[in-house]
Design a protein. Structure first.
Length: 287
């Protein structure tokens, strides 16, 4: 998971470099175009059939994952990396909220406190006036909530091979990103930079994102879910290092306080959910 966090932060760092030089749908497309090719090769290598239609849960996973990806790249071309990664990392909090409200699962009492802390942390970081400048912030917050839907949907795809699930998602994301390249304009890009030196960076960005996806999948498959989720918060630290060293984005006390509040909300949510699952497992064993 530590390698996955570094890979996602690296992908975000490179994507941030395309701001003002390439439309964000094109950057998102470049990120996803590598993944389906790799997944098709893995499916063929292991003799696993490709799932083209699948269940409603699979389509929820693929479409919500695509929306989350697009929100991520839209925000990365407008906000510092740390801001995007930190807000996006609140998805475990929203998973708990979805499970508690939609599926009526028994959840820790503090689930609403954790959600409130996450929102307060976002507000402290930016103190938005909710005008047009606040749009990227609202988009990435929506992205975090949508990605929470993706994670919940994954729990209903256990009958499918993980490679088939990722292949379905990456195919949907690639096709939708391709369509958006023709129908969405990016007002921040006056003239697209056609320098090969710039576009070459799309290759390591796609590889970093794909590698991180594979490392994350293996981490959740092999390790304790709660511990893996906590380690995933390290992505915020990697993003902050990139912001400071590569892009020169500084931190004031407000941002540092907001990041701390959000990281605390995530850690408390993961810990509370892990404790509840352990308690339920113990009660089941006694029965």
């Amino acid at each position: 998971m530590l390698l996955a966090s570094f890979g996602f932060a690296t992908m975000s760092c490179i994507a941030h470099g395309f701001r003002g030089q390439a439309p964000w749908p094109a950057v998102a497309l470049a990120r996803m175009a590598v993944t389906p090719l790799l997944m098709y090769a893995l499916l063929a290598m292991h003799g696993i059939p490709m799932v083209w239609f699948g269940s409603r849960a699979l389509w929820w996973r693929s479409l919500s994952g695509t929306i989350g990806l697009l929100c991520n790249f839209y925000a990365l071309t407008r906000l510092p990396i740390t801001d995007v990664v930190t807000v996006l990392s609140t998805s475990p909090v929203w998973v708990a909220v979805i499970l508690a409200t939609v599926f009526r699962w028994p959840m820790p009492r503090g689930v609403w406190i954790h959600a409130a802390l996450a929102v307060v942390g976002v507000y402290i970081m930016h103190r938005p006036s909710f005008n047009a400048d606040a749009l990227p912030l609202l988009v990435i917050l929506l992205g975090a909530m949508v990605i929470a839907t993706t994670k919940v949907s994954l729990s209903f795809c256990g009958h499918l091979h993980p490679y088939a699930v990722v292949a379905h998602y990456s195919t949907c994301a690639t096709l939708i990103s391709l369509v958006l390249c023709f129908v969405v304009t990016d007002p921040r890009v006056g003239h697209v930079n056609t320098s090969l030196g710039l576009w070459w960076w799309l290759v390591p960005m796609g590889l970093a994102g794909t590698g991180a996806q594979i490392f994350m999948t293996r981490a959740y498959a092999r390790g304790a879910t709660a511990m893996v989720a906590l380690v995933s918060i390290s992505q915020i630290a990697f993003a902050a290092a990139y912001d400071l060293v590569v892009w020169g984005h500084g931190f004031d006390l407000w941002k540092a306080a907001g990041v701390s509040v959000i990281a605390g909300a995530i850690a408390l949510s993961v810990r509370a959910n892990a404790a509840l699952r352990s308690e339920q497992a113990a009660l089941t064993a006694l029965e």
